[in-house]
Design a protein around this ligand. Structure first.
Ligand SMILES: Cc1ncc(COP(=O)(O)O)c(C=O)c1O
Length: 455
């Protein structure tokens, strides 16, 4: 304790525990005190650390001026665009529990329920026991496990390619593939609605980025026509567009690529395990096997695990192992994630009925939306969906969040999607169906949507 008499100065106030980042927060602080005549901390023989709990107005933290962030956050709140996390206390794939309430989950990418499949969970557990919780190093140092190679062989076979390479996430796969294959002599041509990871990969690359309106094949051709000065023309598209659920027009893309000598790359994040009878993806859906040069995908959606991958020629894979920075300079995928994805691929191979179940649910939902309470039919969609992603576009962010909250109150978990994830004025509920949903779940959703959103 400092002496009771004598003048003391506060040398420093250190926040040691911040309870919440609100303006009026309870914090624990340490006061570093020194006698008033000794201002130099080095000369202080006694420092007094006093943890206290006070009500204080936080104006900065460790010297960082947060006012710019505070202002931006306030603007987001005012525009109805502030994002916050919902805490899931428990899940079995079909349901989630939030604040003790059980809700049917209609916004997960766990399309085949494999994240919760007993064989997948068992495989992940076993891998943890055999190899540990983490890989311990990057693949090129000492993190290359037999599980990675087994998974890559399986992915290559699944996609009908010579070889494959896994990355820690799909996002990192896109960053690594696109940025290492292109330079300032090249152009990358992308759909306007491609995933953020493709857009960021293009930003990392020195190639010229050219964007065509969503699925506008005439615009793509126009760009290709005027791009013959570039050494490489790389066309990249989502297979299933992540916020709209529609499919890229692969037959025309492949035709144009051939005509204009361009390279093709598809992002199969939402197509793997979903499109085609065997779940192989967009090529299988359109019966165009082997027509695309580079196939990228993720293990985190229908495969129920975590990680990204690329499948293609052996040369492409060898090149990426040597050049892709998001593969080289990062720790290898954890053993449990590899084993879970291997088990998921085996289930897809052996139980194609899972994919059929998903398709049945997509059809059931389409039908129930068409059906009125009195049994007559009401058309609410222009076309039947082919993928499990069904956008319900509501326009404003406020309206979207209001309906999302009302669904929540009815026991349905369906998050709102707002700008910048989707364009201004196109806020939506991004509904996803999975093979785990029952016909009752789907009926409950459809009748709630009918009640809350007038046709
Ligand atoms: C089209 C698309 N590509 C890539 C990714 C990134 O995949 P991951 O979640 O494995 O990082 C996503 C994920 O949302 C996606 O929707």
């Amino acid at each position: 304790m400092p002496p009771k008499n004598g003048a003391w100065s506060i040398l420093d106030v250190r926040v040691i525990n911040r309870v919440a980042l609100t303006n009026e927060s309870e914090v624990a602080i340490c006061l570093v005190l020194t006698p008033a005549n000794l201002k130099d901390e080095a000369a202080v023989s006694v420092k007094w650390m006093m943890p206290v709990k006070i009500q204080t107005k936080i104006i900065g933290f460790m010297g960082y001026n947060y006012s710019i962030m505070d202002n931006e956050l306030a603007e987001l709140k005012a525009a109805g665009l502030y994002r916050s996390l919902k805490t899931i206390e428990k899940t079995d794939g079909r349901f989630v529990w939030i604040n003790g309430q059980r809700l049917i989950n209609f916004c997960s990418n766990n399309y085949l329920g494999l994240a919760n499949h007993p064989k997948v969970i068992e495989a992940a557990k076993r891998a943890c026991e055999e190899f540990g919780a983490g890989a311990g190093a990057s693949r090129l140092v000492s993190g290359n496990l037999i599980l990675h190679e087994k998974l890559e062989a399986k992915l290559a076979a699944f996609k009908g390619r010579e070889a494959a390479l896994v990355f820690p996430t799909g996002f990192m796969a896109n960053l690594g593939i696109i940025s290492s294959l292109t330079d300032e002599n090249d152009t990358i041509i992308i759909d306007r609605l491609n995933h953020a990871s493709i857009v960021d990969a293009c930003r990392l690359s020195k190639a010229k980025l050219q964007v065509y309106p969503h699925k506008d094949m005439a615009a793509l051709e126009k760009i290709l026509k005027r791009s013959d000065k570039f050494k490489q023309r790389l066309i990249v598209t989502d297979s299933v567009f992540s916020m709209d659920g529609d499919l890229a027009h692969l037959p025309r893309i492949v035709e144009l690529a051939k005509q204009y000598n361009a390279i093709t790359m598809i992002d199969e994040a939402h197509a793997t395990g979903v499109l085609g009878v065997k779940g192989m993806g967009l090529e299988e859906h359109y019966n165009l096997p082997g027509k695309v040069d580079i196939i990228m995908g993720t293990l985190s959606k229908a495969l129920g695990s975590l990680g990204g991958f690329v499948a293609g020629s052996q040369t492409l894979i060898d090149y990426l192992k040597n050049k892709a920075r998001s593969f080289i300079y990062t720790t290898a995928l954890p053993p449990s994630a590899c084993a879970a994805a291997i088990a998921a691929l085996e289930i897809i191979e052996n139980e194609p009925k899972l994919i059929q179940q998903l398709r049945d649910n997509i059809n059931a939902f389409t039908l129930s939306l068409w059906e009125r309470e009195d049994g007559s039919r009401q058309r609410v969609r222009a076309e039947a969906p082919t993928s499990p992603i069904i956008p319900i576009i509501l326009g404003t962010a406020e309206k979207t969040m209001e309906i999302s909250q009302k669904l929540f109150e009815r026991g349905i978990f369906l998050s709102g999607i707002r700008p910048p994830t989707v364009p201004e004025g196109e806020s939506r509920l991004r509904l996803t169906l999975t093979s785990l949903h029952t016909k009752e779940d789907i009926k409950c959703l459809a009748s709630s949507l009918r009640a809350l959103i007038p046709a």
